[in-house]
Design a binder for this molecule. Structure first.
Ligand SMILES: Nc1ncnc2c1ncn2[C@@H]1O[C@H](COP(=O)(O)OP(=O)(O)OP(=O)(O)O)[C@@H](O)[C@H]1O
Length: 292
């Protein structure tokens, strides 16, 4: 369990906004931090990592105080048990994959755990490669397991898949899901991508202007019940494809095939040939079956 209660003044181009967050994050799950650009998502991760100081507040992780401004406690980043992955891969270019991982693990690193992680992301064959010899997706796989080699209590992911092309993003998203399921590590994932949030997260924090405007299951925010129908299209379901914990529905609308991410409740009783309504909702497309 992570308890966060912090305030920090954000420097915005035209106005001053306060990041003011009081929340509790469950252990062993993925929590998505979602919201528009400038909402404070990255700053929140940096505060948890100890890279940015809030003016006031406290952070408690699994019963241990990492930050308490009232008691002048502020653990430096190296004393916080975290793994951090950014959008860019940030591997050491002069080191091989193995050297990058061993360096991150430290002198007393667990070699068999490194091997286990390499196996999880199917990268055993690349241990002697330099980052420049790897694709973007392969580099990000290594960046991900590098963040895990010290068995951190908290994994912080800041749009880790956004630099990848669609196919690679999709593949890595599935791997990330399986890694988290296997290791049960408490993970905070900053993402703009609703399909990512839907697929990966069981808990969602929606930030706007530095404040939590929603916390709960992603389906509650993006589900059909809360759709606002600013734009609607009708279409015909071509197929419903299971995709990890969620579904991708292919819908033919005019001459276009649109892929829509949907939850269990959205696809209930949905079959090929059904007529559906597509809505733009919270920056993405959602669907609802027509006539029941
Ligand atoms: N250390 C800091 N101190 C004060 N303000 C900061 C600090 N770092 C960033 N900011 C400001 O806080 C605002 C929010 O930045 P942040 O990077 O947290 O947003 P974000 O929600 O992650 O946005 P994006 O999705 O574009 O990455 C920005 O306007 C930024 O200028």
């Amino acid at each position: 369990m992570i308890r966060i209660n912090i305030t920090k003044q954000l420097r915005l181009a035209h106005e001053n906004t306060q990041l003011s967050i009081g929340t509790t994050i469950p252990s062993n799950t993925i929590t998505a931090i979602y919201g528009p650009s400038g909402a404070g998502k990255t700053t929140l991760l940096k505060i948890l990592a100890g890279l940015v100081q809030p003016e006031q507040g406290a952070v408690e992780v699994n019963g241990r105080i990492w930050l308490d401004t009232a008691r002048r406690v502020c653990l430096p980043p190296q004393q916080r048990s975290i793994g951090f992955v950014f959008q860019e891969y940030a591997l050491f270019p002069h080191m091989t994959v193995q050297q990058n991982l061993q360096f991150a693990a430290g002198k007393n690193g667990d070699k068999s755990y490194i091997d286990k992680l390499l196996h999880l992301v199917k990268m055993e064959a690349f241990i002697h490669a330099k980052p420049s010899q790897l694709s973007g997706g392969q580099q990000q796989r290594i960046a991900l397991i590098r963040a895990l080699v010290r068995k951190p209590q908290l994994l912080l992911l800041d749009e880790p898949l956004s630099a990848l092309d669609d196919a690679m993003r999709h593949e890595l998203r599935t791997e990330l899901y399986h890694i988290q399921q296997q290791l049960q590590i408490t993970t905070l994932l900053v993402s703009h991508d609703i399909s990512e949030v839907y697929t990966l997260a069981s808990n969602l924090i929606h930030l706007e202007h530095g404040k939590v405007v929603f916390q709960g299951e992603p389906q509650q925010l993006f589900g059909a019940a809360s759709l606002s129908s600013t734009l609607q299209l009708t279409g015909e379901v071509l197929q419903v494809i299971p995709d990890g914990a969620i579904y991708t529905v292919e819908v033919l609308t005019g001459k276009n095939i649109i892929r829509v991410t949907a939850g269990e409740h959205d696809i209930a009783k949905l079959q090929t040939g059904d007529k559906v309504c597509l809505f733009v909702k919270a920056y993405t497309i959602a669907l609802k079956k027509m006539n029941g």
